[in-house]
Design a protein around this ligand. Structure first.
Ligand SMILES: Nc1ncnc2c1ncn2[C@@H]1O[C@H](COP(=O)(O)OP(=O)(O)OP(=O)(O)O)[C@@H](O)[C@H]1O
Length: 713
């Protein structure tokens, strides 16, 4: 295995401050000096109430006494004015001090009492003078009590920073709590992470729940003037009364995230895929193939939200790996999105018919891979298998396959190492069934217009926490992502995918051709003609032992039938016994009536409606020739059953050679006539070829050719 570099931490390392140990200076000033300095530093904040209490009152008292205390009239008027002013100030102090908690109430009482006592003393000191008795005694005792009570508050606040409510820690969280009705919520120890996010511990009391708090995350964001998704409340899995409040106060990713190149060419599919950065600078890493369960991915976001960039990022990384094959289906703008890295795609599908072919071929590949893994003694795909891991990325899958088909593929592909990624602009109940959704357990939800859409993509636990990317296309590349080995506590952290550079990616993918393995033989054979005739094939190394697709052989040769996936080895298998025939006829009877309308509907309108033979149907015997006519038909010998079947097989093979893998029964009418047979015979043949895995019946009377009956794959 190629050496692995730990990409997960590289980008983060620059942003994370190094934890330093405080160094005590030794030398001049020395240890004692340091202790004295340290103590002085600690004590200083506690001295200010004392300094204020013992300096301001005498100064103010002396000033007012000197100004108005000398004459009885001015002293009386000044005292009265100060008393009224003092009462007013006391009311203001009471009203303006928040008291949503016990601590708040104490603080309000303390602030109000301090103002009232100070103004009362000043009123008296104006007339009586500050330094006589009892004014001097009141100042000395009252000032001491005042300063000590404020010291007590400081001590409580500093000593129990983690235990007291936010309003005690300052920073406006107390006001926030009051504004959004968090009476039963304690917000503790708000701390900046230094990476644009402030985090605080939450605790609910009096019967409240963390879910109640989650419901008000948007209010909190509005009160703090943050983006709607800027406040996220995550419950503590260990304690239902606790949680974490994260507030993203700065956007470190707004200048974009550069593509993080692969650590090496030739890594395995199980190695980490770095696809972007989290809001706190950590690398956003996906590990789908290394996770305990391979979780299929649902990518969602409005047009312009950044899905294509994300797709290119994931694909580019996987294109640089061994034992990995990638199929991409994008009927809308495939070449435009990935044309420059198409070399790395083993199969790029841009046509709807081919997309349907691919989807229909997958069940056979899943089955064949399952058999190989069982033989290899593996419960699920690992790099030890002889098979490649496969990524099938489908854009707007709901338009290309029916839900039942997708559900089955998603359910079974997981264990055989086929990773399904489905990208949608808007996943609602109407364009993806809940069954399919349930099988897409990993998500990357980019901007959506309606918050409800996000809840279709992201798990409830994530949207409930307030992690909803309801920014539409305003913030391209930003998303929330879950599953694929992402630690659960990261699911509610915003990410931004990397922005790719066309020229760089092209060069990278070209260089990686030397390490890309071709698709393993088992999967390639099981995918049949749909894969053998794919319209695009990428470049990869040719590994000894893995044959390239056989050149098309037009000449039908009986021996070639051996190449059918799961088909018997000699042509006699195509010849059925009578018993089989009646069984098939019985089973086909129902289908016949259904197919009849379809076939007849497909036949163009009769160009000679008034001709004497117009009443004849395909299944009617050809009438005897008119006695009056000169025309005579040569008696041609009716082909044997084997010959008739061969004619039909040649017709089907002709379709395959022409790159046409879909047909309707009506298309086989000329061959049926050439075989000297009628419609029921053709229907039986179709049924038989379906059972043999040569063709597959789709809805609405259509068939897909899975493998030519006459050619090796
Ligand atoms: N991670 C990103 N960082 C910066 N810009 C980005 C990022 N992702 C996408 N963009 C920009 O946003 C625009 C739209 O991106 P993109 O084509 O990936 O959106 P989309 O979701 O695929 O849209 P659509 O559904 O129409 O295909 C592009 O101009 C692209 O450069």
């Amino acid at each position: 295995m190629a050496p692995r570099k730990n990409t997960r931490k590289t980008a983060a390392a620059a942003a994370v401050p190094v934890n330093s140990t405080e160094i005590v200076p030794v030398g001049r000033g020395g240890f004692l000096g340091h202790i004295v300095g340290h103590l002085a530093g600690k004590a200083l904040p506690y001295l200010s109430p004392w300094a204020g209490a013992y300096s301001l009152p005498p100064l103010a008292g002396l000033a007012t006494n000197q100004l108005w205390g000398q004459a009885p009239l001015s002293a009386g008027l000044a005292s009265a004015a100060l008393a009224v002013g003092g009462a007013g100030l006391t009311v203001v102090a009471w009203k303006s001090t928040p008291a949503s908690s016990t601590f708040g109430k104490i603080r309000r009482a303390q602030a109000t009492a301090s103002v009232a006592a100070g103004m009362g003393w000043l009123t008296c000191a104006t007339a009586a003078g500050p330094f006589g008795h009892p004014m001097l005694d009141l100042w000395l005792f009252g000032g001491g009590l005042f300063a000590a009570s404020w010291n007590l508050r400081q001590l409580l606040r500093n000593g129990a920073a983690g235990e007291i409510p936010a309003e005690e820690t300052g920073g406006g969280l107390g006001a926030l709590a009051e504004a959004i009705g968090w009476e039963k919520v304690r917000v503790k120890a708000a701390k900046g992470t230094g990476k644009g996010t402030v985090k605080a511990a939450l605790e609910v009391t009096d019967g409240a729940t963390i879910e109640d708090v989650q419901g008000t995350a948007k209010k909190a964001a509005a009160a703090l003037h943050l983006p709607p998704s800027g406040v996220v409340v995550t419950p503590d899995p260990e304690d239902a009364a606790r949680g974490t409040l994260s507030m993203r106060v700065a956007d470190l990713l707004k200048d974009g995230v550069q593509f993080i190149p692969p650590a090496a060419l030739g890594l395995l599919p199980t190695d980490d895929i770095p696809v972007g950065l989290y809001a706190d600078g950590e690398v956003w890493v996906l590990s789908p193939f290394a996770a305990v369960i391979l979780q299929h991915l649902l990518v969602m976001g409005v047009t312009g939200a950044g899905k294509s960039e994300f797709c290119r990022t994931v694909l580019a990384h996987l294109m640089c790996r061994r034992k990995m094959s990638i199929f991409l289906v994008d009927v809308a703008k495939g070449r435009q999105t990935v044309g420059h890295i198409a070399d790395g795609l083993d199969w790029l599908v841009t046509e709807e018919a081919e997309a349907k072919r691919l989807v229909r071929a997958l069940p056979a590949a899943i089955k064949a891979r399952g058999d190989v893994l069982a033989d290899e003694g593996l419960d699920q795909w690992t790099p030890d298998s002889s098979l490649n891991a496969v990524l099938v990325w489908i854009e707007e899958a709901a338009d290309l396959a029916d839900f039942e088909e997708l559900k089955e593929i998603a359910r079974k592909a997981r264990s055989v190492g086929i990773w399904l990624a489905i990208s949608l602009q808007r996943a609602t109940w109407t364009n993806v069934s809940t069954d399919v959704r349930a099988n897409l357990q990993a998500t990357a939800c980019f901007g959506v217009d309606d918050p409800g859409d996000a809840s279709f993509c992201l798990p409830d636990s994530v949207t409930a926490a307030g992690a909803i990317p309801a920014w539409g296309s305003e913030r391209p590349g930003y998303a929330f992502s879950t599953g694929m080995g992402i630690p659960q506590e990261r699911w509610t952290t915003e990410v931004r995918s990397t922005k790719t550079d066309r020229a760089y990616l092209t060069a990278l993918v070209q260089a990686a051709a030397a390490v890309r393995d071709p698709l393993d033989e088992t999967t390639a054979a099981a995918l049949g003609q749909a894969y053998a005739q794919r319209s695009h094939r990428g470049t990869n190394r040719t590994t000894p032992g893995v044959a390239e697709a056989a050149p098309a052989v037009h000449a039908p040769a009986p021996a070639a039938l051996t190449a059918l996936p799961g088909a018997p080895t000699d042509r006699s298998a195509y010849v059925l016994e009578d018993d089989d025939m009646s069984e098939i006829e019985g089973a086909a009877a129902v289908e016949l009536e259904e197919a009849r309308a379809e076939i007849l509907g497909a036949i163009p309108a009769d160009p000679e409606p008034d001709a004497p033979y117009a009443h004849l149907r395909l299944e009617d015997d050809v009438p005897d020739t008119d006695d009056d006519t000169d025309l005579a038909f040569e008696d041609s010998e009716r082909p044997s059953t084997e010959e008739a079947r061969h004619i039909l097989c040649v017709e089907l093979d002709g379709f395959v050679q022409a790159g046409r893998l879909e047909f309707e029964p009506a298309d086989l009418i000329p061959a049926t006539v050439a075989a000297g047979r009628k419609r029921p015979w053709m229907q039986n043949e179709l049924k038989r070829l379906t059972d043999l895995g040569v063709i597959r019946r789709d809805g609405h009377g259509q068939y897909t050719i899975l493998a030519s009956p006459l050619q090796p794959v």
